[in-house]
Design a protein around this ligand. Structure first.
Ligand SMILES: C[S@@+](CC[C@H](N)C(=O)[O-])C[C@H]1O[C@@H](n2cnc3c(N)ncnc32)[C@H](O)[C@@H]1O
Length: 305
């Protein structure tokens, strides 16, 4: 048997030595994963002198060795928290980030606005769904929506499929389209009230420093194409204009430095109006939204009922 407090102290030192960015959090989360405890339960057990069995200590040691090799924490625990969900993640899928939760909130606000305007079953599509994070969160938090998700990578789509199959009861079902967002709709032109996307947007020469991202997030999920990384974000704007009903709305995540360029690109589209930049929780400009072809007809007339 080993003292949990001592094990944690050694674990933090080991991860610090390996330059893991958040050694204490990661040590506690890995120990909690092995012992079946939340982080706060684990902290309580540590100060009250919990003893850890040799088997569990060995399992933790194995995970710490992997983490010290900079395997992402989420690949070791097999899950990533995202809004109210614990998503299943692993190699082949982009690990969902906290800033994307803000993008989901903006999409949910638009869905609430639509429903109060009489749209009973707003239809939403997540372009480049990865693990399914955005679509799954919307399906669980706005069950009256009809939710679709598009993903090009077969590996990522398998993670999304798994997450869509294990949504909390009462969630909307999500329809997964294994497709290129540049070609999708396949019969879905002018069918969506909301388009939401966190596309790849990193410029080719801005290779991420963190090994967890550089080595373990798929390249298809990171690099947006072109010197400015905006090829895919541009494709999302084009796709949104194909997919949205008149009066429909889209929001897209991007890097902070790309906000002015994306504002300009959207403002240059005669069919787009109400172009807005959205901040993440740390106040950085991390998403752009716009409304499509506002007509004199009632908004989303085809979907009202
Ligand atoms: C930055 S990741 C975001 C994943 C997820 N939406 C999230 O926020 O966690 C971008 C995703 O877009 C997918 N993707 C890249 N190019 C695509 C394309 N042309 N068509 C569809 N999906 C694409 C990638 O495979 C990846 O899953």
């Amino acid at each position: 048997m080993a003292d949990l407090q001592n094990l944690l102290r050694q674990a933090v030192a080991q991860l610090q030595h390996a330059s893991v960015p958040s050694p204490r959090a990661d040590a506690e989360l890995l120990a909690g994963h092995v012992l079946g405890l939340t982080r706060s339960q684990l902290q309580l057990k540590a100060v009250t002198g919990m003893e850890v069995s040799d088997d569990d200590a060995e399992r933790l040691a194995g995970l710490l060795t992997e983490r010290a090799r900079r395997i992402p924490l989420q690949h070791l625990t097999g899950t990533a928290p995202f809004r109210r969900l614990e998503l299943k993640v692993g190699p082949g899928a982009f690990i969902p980030r906290p800033e994307t939760e803000t993008v989901v909130q903006a999409a949910l606000d638009e869905l609430i606005r639509l429903e109060s305007a009489g749209v009973r079953r707003p239809r939403v599509v997540d372009l480049g769904t990865g693990s399914g994070a955005i679509a799954a969160a919307i399906a669980s938090e706005h069950p009256s929506a009809e939710v679709h998700a598009v993903e090009l990578s077969a590996e990522a789509a398998s993670w999304a499929e798994l997450n869509f199959a294990h949504l909390p009861s009462g969630s909307a079902e999500v329809t997964l389209h294994r497709d290129d967002l540049r070609n999708f709709p396949d019969g879905w032109e002018a069918e969506f009230d909301v388009v939401v996307s966190n596309p790849p947007y990193i410029p080719a020469d801005m290779v991420p420093q963190d090994e967890e991202v550089r080595v373990h997030d798929p390249e298809l999920a990171l690099y947006g194409g072109g010197a400015d990384g905006l090829e895919l974000p541009r494709a999302v704007i084009t796709a949104a204009q194909r997919l949205l009903v008149p009066g429909g709305w889209f929001i897209m995540e991007h890097a902070e430095v790309q906000a002015p360029a994306l504002q300009q690109i959207c403002r240059a589209q005669p069919q787009l109006s109400q172009v807005s930049t959205h901040q993440d929780l740390t106040g950085r400009d991390r998403a752009t939204s716009a409304r499509f072809a506002v007509s004199s007809e009632p908004e989303s007339a085809s979907r009202t009922g």
